[in-house]
Design a protein around this ligand. Structure first.
Ligand code: B4P
Length: 192
């Protein structure tokens, strides 16, 4: 199986790149952000628990994330050649959760690919998206909070995978197509 974590700050382009990469390599797309937004829309008990945290730009509790992930992974494991995790893991506890879930499937993580983008550009992209999609967490105050959560809780995830020799960084600025080419080049190297 090919299992990739697409990593980056809010607005780095994880969701954008995930669409191309999952199609090209027949990977199941596990976006915790999309799964949470769908639960919220459906007003499920888990969605309602996550609502206020997401709207404030915080990280939703790991217990909620585990319940949502297990359902999606077990439903999709036999349909794909692996998984692309987008927006997960977002803290160290979630790294261990991921390791455990993959080992249950008798597989492991192939690599974490980090999209590096400067904060000014991230802010510009998210405010631009706000005009189109009107997401409640794309306001300047909430975006600042999401950046803080990223720096304090999410950045240690890279160190975790660096120590396992699985972290790859690529430049996340430029055209969407050029970034896809860089991600594809890294994945193709893993497959050799
Ligand atoms: P996510 O849905 O993961 O959202 P994100 O970080 O904002 O998005 P992403 O990096 O995917 O950006 P995108 O491609 O859309 O998380 C939302 C919230 O859910 C979190 O704050 C948290 O509350 C909760 N959550 C999710 N996962 C969790 C977890 N594991 N644990 C706890 N809580 C969790 O790109 C952004 C914009 O940039 C788009 O408009 C796009 O068109 C544009 N763009 C992309 N690439 C570009 C490029 N190369 N050039 C110019 N613009 C570009």
């Amino acid at each position: 199986m090919l299992n990739i974590v697409l990593f980056g700050a809010p607005g780095a382009g994880k969701g954008t790149q995930a669409k191309f990469i999952t199609e090209k390599y027949n990977l199941g797309h596990i976006s915790t952000g999309d799964i949470l937004r769908a639960e919220l829309k459906a007003e499920s008990p888990l969605g309602l628990q996550a609502k206020s945290i997401m709207e404030a730009g915080g990280l939703v509790g790991d217990d909620i994330i585990v319940q949502l992930l297990e359902k999606h992974i077990s439903q999709n494991a036999s349909k794909f050649s692996g998984f692309l995790f987008d927006g997960f893991p977002r803290n160290l506890v979630q790294c261990y959760i991921l390791e455990g879930m993959l080992s249950k499937l008798k597989t492991s993580l192939s690599a974490l690919i980090s999209l590096d983008v400067e904060q000014d550009e991230l802010m510009r992209r998210l405010l631009e998206r706000a005009k189109i999609e009107g997401r409640k967490d794309d306001t300047p105050e909430v975006i600042q909070n999401r950046f803080k959560e990223y720096e304090n809780k999410t950045l240690p995830v890279i160190k975790f995978y660096k120590e396992l020799n699985k972290a790859i960084s690529i430049k996340g600025t430029g055209s969407i197509e050029d970034i896809t080419k860089l991600v594809v080049a890294e994945i193709d190297k893993l497959k050799k």
